[in-house]
Design a protein around this ligand. Structure first.
Ligand SMILES: C[S@@+](CC[C@H](N)C(=O)[O-])C[C@H]1O[C@@H](n2cnc3c(N)ncnc32)[C@H](O)[C@@H]1O
Length: 367
C-alpha cells in the first residue's frame, strides 16, 4: 500500500514524500496535515514527529520524552494515551517503556503547572506514539485520533469485513475507473463498493469525522472548515458510477444496504441476493473484485477447495472481457481455480499475509 499512499501524498502536494517500511514520511504545514487526514483513503494515521533521540535503556527514553515541552502542544485538561511499537529494540519490556514515556509527559506537566493530564486508554483526547529502533527512537503526536479507516459510515460489522483503507487500496490496485462497471459478487458488508462509490463521487473519506489534531493547541478550526467546504464544492465534478454487489446471504445484504445508506451512496449500487456460482455479468465488460470467505474465520478449507474450480468455470463462462480480482489469504487459490493469474500483489490484512490475484478473462480461455 505504500506506493499508493505515496501517490496520494504527492497529489496533496506534501513535501519530501518518501516510503518507509509500513508507512510514508512527508513534510508540510498544517494545511497538508489536515488535507492528508481528510482525503487519504490509504493512511491509517498521520503522525506528527515532535522528537528524535538516541537511547540504550528506559531511562534514556524517559529523559528524551521529558525534554519535550508537552504543555506547549496540548492542555492539561486533555486525557492522554501512549502507544509504543518497536523494531529490533533492545528493551525487554515495551510496556515498561510505555509507562516511562507516560511518566515523562505527566512529570513535565506537573513541573510546569503542578497538575498532570489523566490517562484514558479507551477514548483519549491526545495519543502519543513512541517508535523504538535498535538505537534510535522517535516520539509522535497522532493528528488523526481514531484510525482513519473509521470513516463514520459503518453501520454493520458483518462477517469479516475488510478495513476501509485496505478496501480502498484494493479498488485502486484493480485500476478501476469510474466509467467502468464494478461488481463484487461476494460483497458482504459492501466495504469495497462503498469505497469505490466514495472515490467515484469524489467524497473526502474524512468529511464526516473528527480528528486528533482538533484537540491540539495548534489547531486552526477556520482552516479545517475552509478545507471541508472546498471538499463539498469539488463534488460537483464527480462521475456517476455503475456498481453492482451480490451475496448469497440475506443477512449480509441487509448489512450492505445499511452501510451503503449510511455512506449516502446507495443510489449508485445495485444489490442482489445470488450465489456467485449463478452470477451473470451485469455489463459486457468491467472489473470484478471479491474477497471470498477464508478458512480461518469462515468456510472450511475443504469447502473452499471445492468452490474455487467452480468459480474458475463461472469466470470463464460468464465473465469473458472482464478483469477479475480476488483478494485472499488462501495461497492455494490460483492452482485450484485453474486460471493463470496475470498479476499477484502481496498485501497484509492485519497480520494475515494475503494476495490480490488478477485474472484477465478472455473468451474461450481455460488457462
Ligand atoms: C469475507 S466476506 C466479504 C466481506 C466484504 N468484502 C466486506 O468487506 O464486507 C465473504 C462473503 O462471501 C459471501 N459468500 C460465501 N459464499 C458465497 C457464495 N457461494 N456466493 C455468494 N456469496 C458468498 C458470504 O456471505 C460473505 O458475506
Amino acid at each position: 500500500m505504500e506506493p499508493l499512499l505515496e501517490k496520494e501524498l504527492v497529489a496533496l502536494e506534501a513535501g519530501n514524500v518518501q516510503s518507509v517500511a509500513g508507512g510514508v514520511a512527508f513534510s508540510g504545514g498544517w494545511e497538508i496535515c489536515y488535507r492528508a487526514n481528510l482525503r487519504s483513503r490509504i493512511a491509517s494515521r498521520i503522525l506528527w514527529r515532535i522528537g528524535e533521540f538516541d537511547y540504550r535503556n528506559e531511562n534514556d527514553v524517559y529523559t528524551a520524552a521529558k525534554a519535550i515541552d508537552w504543555p506547549q502542544y496540548f492542555s492539561v485538561e486533555r486525557s492522554i494515551r501512549v502507544n509504543v511499537t518497536a523494531q529490533k529494540s533492545p528493551l525487554k519490556s515495551l510496556e515498561f517503556a510505555t509507562l516511562r514515556i507516560k511518566d515523562a509527559v505527566c512529570d513535565r506537566f506537573r513541573d510546569a503547572l503542578g497538575r498532570r493530564p489523566d490517562v484514558d486508554r479507551a477514548a483519549p483526547d491526545v495519543r502519543v506514539h513512541g517508535f523504538l529502533e535498535e538505537k534510535k527512537g522517535a516520539l509522535y503526536l497522532d493528528t488523526s485520533g481514531e484510525p482513519l479507516f473509521k470513516r463514520g459510515w459503518r453501520a454493520e460489522q458483518g462477517e469479516a469485513p475488510l478495513r476501509e483503507n485496505l478496501a480502498a487500496g484494493i479498488v485502486m490496485l484493480t485500476g478501476w475507473q469510474p466509467g467502468e462497471a464494478l461488481l463484487d459478487p461476494m460483497c458482504g458488508g459492501a466495504t469495497l463498493l462503498v469505497e469505490a462509490a466514495a472515490m467515484a463521487r469524489g467524497r473526502a473519506p474524512g468529511a464526516k469525522r473528527s480528528f486528533g489534531f482538533e484537540k491540539l493547541r495548534a489547531c486552526e478550526p477556520d482552516l479545517l472548515q475552509e478545507l471541508k467546504s472546498e471538499e463539498e464544492k469539488s463534488q460537483a465534478q464527480s462521475s456517476q458510477p455503475q456498481l453492482f454487489g451480490s451475496d448469497s446471504d440475506a443477512e449480509a445484504l441487509k448489512g450492505a444496504r445499511r452501510n451503503l445508506g449510511q455512506a449516502g451512496v446507495e443510489r449508485w449500487v445495485k444489490l442482489e441476493q445470488i450465489d456467485v456460482l449463478q452470477r451473470a455479468a451485469p455489463a459486457a465488460e468491467g472489473v470484478m473484485v471479491m474477497n471470498p470467505p477464508y478458512g480461518e474465520r469462515m468456510g472450511s478449507a475443504d469447502e473452499l477447495a471445492a468452490l474455487y474450480p467452480k468459480l474458475g468455470n463461472v469466470l470463464k463462462r460468464n465473465f469473458a472481457g472482464w478483469r477479475c480480482y480476488i483478494f485472499t489469504a488462501d495461497l492455494r487459490l490460483p492452482k485450484l481455480i485453474r486460471l493463470q493469474p496475470s498479476r499477484r500483489t502481496p498485501l497484509w490484512n492485519g497480520s494475515l499475509e494475503c494476495r490480490l490475484y488478477e485474472f484477465r478473462v478472455v473468451s474461450g480461455s481455460n488457462r
